[in-house]
Design a protein around this ligand. Sequence first.
Ligand code: SF4
Ligand code: SF4
Length: 104
Amino acid sequence: MRASLVEDAACAGTGTVFCRNCRFCTMVCPAGVRIPEVMTMINLSVAAGSADVRAGDLLRHTYAARTAGGPASACVGCHACDGRCPQGIPIIRQMARATLLFER
Ligand code: SF4
Ligand code: SF4
């Protein structure tokens, strides 16, 4: 499951998510998920060498601070963000990935 979460086309095989922080997604999210901040933390995790494994404590603390009030696990899977991302990022899948990386 974890591998498939990393292998989205939007990641281009690197695990990196090409979020441009446009925040189109956050405008429609009823759960207040801090989606761009979550994406940034995914990329930091990739840079640190953990694209698909539980992130280390420092990254987890940083994630908690940056996503306070709207962590990835707050995603309720409502699909309101589907098709909103100009980068084509499958947001729900990346929220599931971030939950595994930072919240489990
Ligand atoms: S699917 Fe998740 S991230 Fe997307 S709008 Fe719904 S709650 Fe927010
Ligand atoms: S719509 Fe896509 S590119 Fe824009 S902030 Fe959300 S995830 Fe990032």
